[in-house]
Design a protein around this ligand. Structure first.
Ligand SMILES: Cc1ncc(COP(=O)(O)O)c(C=O)c1O
Length: 467
């Protein structure tokens, strides 16, 4: 099947990169506090200062990973630790602060826990997670930003190339443009790597192809990647069959899917090598199958190649047996239908799954709170056996849009769970929003005593609409 869409090929419903879920996680960094203030908010636009350093000098990195719903209904995230490591490597290369893996994983857990309810049982749909970090300082000196924001958003995706994942794509060898050069940034996931590829993608579409094949920038001979995916070849058939993928020379992105497929090949006894493959070798018939690998593309067969030096068909032009087998094994592994001996599937924390929260409101951020004086309604009294009761006032603000300030409310504590220094508070809140609309919310908060008699909020305050 040939598709000629310019950028994103025809997509199944939901399309790729458009069906965003309800929430986002944000976190900020500055030299004094390091990473701080992780919070959940409804997905919303944020104004940027026109001199935001990241916008001008491309101090921007991102990641892409997926959560899947397995046949048993459980949602798991696939190998997020590998994305956390690559995010840190990208940060180092772009002179940005590293986000510790635990903080990366905690953000992933929180967002997936919240929004996994939007993920249908349909095996063709997954939840794509997009972590992003950019320099936020409004300063235009040519130096690294001294402030950063981390964002995590998610969208549902039915697949990058459309409804039929085994439909082979036709690809275009870019002879004019290259993606990466030795010493550059090809091995990290910085935003600056992507905009320059759009003209080549446009040329590919004009040639009737879905994707670009990138050659090395020195000899313009060796196949490096395809679009924003790694590439695999199959040499020979039968007993001599061999899986080949280009080595990580510094100009390729070390794909998590690539790494996974090499491990899966080893697991099933399929010989695999990391070796350069030239377009000439690809054309001369020794390569019987080829496919692209990536989080979004999973495993996508390559059926035909268009090249200024001569077009050719790969094998018989359809998805070959090795491609099909590896694709199925990968999908089964991601969805729990195949064994997971190395613990690649990270389960979503069950509490978050059960307690799916649709909208979050956040109390005025007092950091380490002295008592609860600024936080709760006067009628809210928190009894903790052996400790004095806590009395407070309400002051609720939606920080994220700045528009939904709750200006009146009755606060009812229904249950206080726990004794001693830790306490969870369950209750409901009836309030009036800034725009006059009435809300009734349920909340559950968790506190614990901090140093010097201060009461420390352990968790973001959640307010769930009762409707
Ligand atoms: C340039 C590039 N190559 C390869 C990949 C595939 O990597 P992964 O398998 O981790 O999605 C990506 C996607 O992240 C990419 O942007």
């Amino acid at each position: 099947m040939t598709r000629t869409d310019e950028f994103a090929p025809d997509t199944a419903v939901p399309g790729h990169g458009a069906a965003f879920t309800d929430h986002m996680i944000t976190m900020d960094w500055d030299p004094r506090r390091g990473w701080h203030d992780r919070r959940v908010a409804p997905l919303a636009e944020r104004p940027l200062h026109p001199a935001t350093l990241g916008l001008h000098y491309a101090q921007v990195i991102f990641e892409g990973l997926k959560a899947h719903r397995g046949a048993d209904g459980a949602v798991t995230v696939f190998r997020p630790d590998r994305n956390a490591a690559r995010f840190a490597a990208s940060a180092r290369r772009m002179a940005m602060p590293e986000l510790p893996a635990e903080a990366f994983l905690a953000a992933v857990d929180e967002l997936v826990g919240l929004d996994a309810g939007e993920l249908p049982a349909d095996a063709g749909v997954s939840l794509y997670l997009r972590p992003l970090m950019y320099g936020t300082e409004s300063h235009l000196m040519l130096r690294p930003s001294e402030e950063y924001r981390f964002l995590l958003i998610a969208y549902l995706t039915g697949g990058f190339f459309g409804a039929d994942p085994l439909a082979p794509v036709t690809v275009h060898v870019s002879r004019e443009h290259t993606r990466a050069a030795p010493g550059g940034t090809g091995d990290v996931k910085c935003a600056a790597n992507y905009a320059p590829t759009f003209v080549a993608q446009r040329a590919a579409a004009a040639a009737g192809c879905q994707q670009v094949v990138w050659l090395d920038s020195t000899e313009r001979r060796w196949v490096e990647e395809m679009g924003a995916m790694n590439v695999f070849f199959v040499r020979r058939t039968g007993a001599g069959v061999e899986l080949v993928t280009p080595p990580l020379t510094g100009t390729l992105l070390p794909g998590v899917t690539r790494e996974t497929l090499l491990a899966l090949a080893a697991r099933i006894g399929l010989p695999a090598v990391e070796e350069r493959v030239s377009v000439d070798e690809w054309r001369d018939g020794r390569i019987v199958e080829a496919f692209a690998s990536g989080t979004a593309a999973v495993v996508t067969p390559i059926g035909a190649v268009r090249d200024a030096a001569g077009d050719f068909t790969v094998g018989d032009g359809s998805a070959g047996p090795v491609t099909r087998r590896l694709r199925q094994l990968l999908v089964d592994t991601q969805r729990g239908a195949a064994p997971d001996p190395d613990g690649w599937r990270r389960p979503v924390p069950p509490a978050a799954t059960v307690d799916r929260v649709r909208r979050y409101y956040r109390l005025v951020d007092a950091g380490d709170v002295t008592g609860l004086v600024d936080l709760f309604a006067p009628d809210a009294v928190y009894h903790r056996p052996g400790y004095p009761p806590i009395v407070g006032r309400a002051a609720l603000t939606d920080f994220y849009t700045g528009t939904r300030v709750i200006r009146a409310g009755a606060h009812t504590v229904e249950q206080v769970v726990g004794t001693g220094p830790q306490v969870a508070v369950l209750g409901s809140f009836a309030g009036v929003l800034h725009d006059g609309s009435r809300v009734q919310l349920r909340f559950s908060d968790f506190f614990q005593d901090g140093p010097a008699g201060r009461f420390v909020r352990r968790d973001t305050f959640f307010f769930t609409p009762m409707v």
